[in-house]
Design a binder for this molecule. Structure first.
Ligand code: SAM
Length: 268
């Protein structure tokens, strides 16, 4: 298919056979898997996956690409913005809830919103394999006390076990992106803590809003305003606090209906 890559859809198509084979190996598809691919594009991953699975559900926003993909009878094509897809409903049409395998070389311009969208459906998912900007993957898997440890690390690690499985250079794409890429494996934790995700999100947003400052200057006033009377060491920077501690703090705060939500921020 002749197709001019559309920048607004984050279109960087995989074209390196070794990289494609390595990604498919990392996904390890098996006959009978209930798999969904986000952003199949020109089919670089779709074709080898479908060759093994026999059928595949794909979600593609680009109308021209979706039209082309529909010619392959093995594909169930959902022409949509993936941010509008209800993965609970999708899993119920595809097999036992909890068995969904989600994969994709994600459009980098909306990769974080896609990760957060899927977070709400983690209970229906068996695993996720995504190609993302390497810098984003490094933040996702970073541990406390490292410079990459961030809001994204906390917001995903409380719900998923994650590992970087592969680095992929810009030369493996057409057109080549300006950044390095990596593939991450995400497996929802079987015993994720029951928490108010919105509360955790607010708290982590405040904590990381000024990452170089001690939290007594950021989270401290925020906790004071909420009448927090528990124990939490604020003489630390946000990146020195582990995921479990943030989750515990969110738990202690969740039963306060008087707390007002914060406006959206760009803190990473
Ligand atoms: N999978 C192909 C590959 O590896 O060559 C294409 C990957 S390209 C980085 C991202 C793909 O996601 C494109 O096909 C693009 O049209 C599609 N896309 C962009 N935004 C999307 C969205 N919000 N929902 C669904 N698909 C989207």
């Amino acid at each position: 298919m002749r197709h001019v890559a559309r920048k607004r859809f984050g279109q960087n198509f995989l074209c390196d056979a070794h990289a494609i084979a390595a990604i498919v190996d990392a996904i390890a598809p098996h006959t009978g898997d209930f798999m969904v691919e986000i952003g199949p594009g020109l089919g670089a991953l779709t074709q080898p996956l479908c060759g093994i699975l026999g059928q595949l559900t794909v979600v593609e926003l680009d109308r021209d690409l979706a039209t082309h993909l529909r010619k392959d009878s093995r594909l169930r094509v959902i022409e949509s913005d993936v941010l509008r897809v209800d993965f609970k409903q999708l899993s119920s049409t595809m097999g036992t809830p909890g068995n969904l395998r989600v994969v994709g070389n994600l459009p980098y311009n909306v990769s974080t919103p896609i990760l957060f969208h899927l977070l709400a459906f983690a209970e229906y998912v068996k695993d996720q394999h995504f190609m993302l900007q390497k810098e984003v993957v490094d933040r996702m898997v970073a541990q406390a006390d490292s410079s990459e440890f961030s809001r994204l690390s906390v917001m995903l690690q409380w719900r998923y076990r994650m590992e970087k499985v592969l680095d992929v250079g810009p030369e493996c794409f057409e057109p080549a992106p300006k950044v390095d890429s990596a593939v991450v494996r995400m497996v929802p934790l079987a015993s994720a803590p029951g928490i108010d995700v919105a509360r955790l999100s607010e708290l982590v947003q405040v904590a990381f809003s000024q990452r170089r400052k001690l939290m007594r200057n950021t989270l401290g006033p925020w906790l004071d305003q909420r009448g927090f009377a528990g124990t939490f060491d604020l003489q630390r920077r946000a990146q020195e606090v582990g995921v479990d501690e943030y989750v515990e703090l969110a738990r202690q705060l969740r039963d306060r209906p008087d707390l007002k939500p914060l406006p959206a921020s760009n803190s990473r």
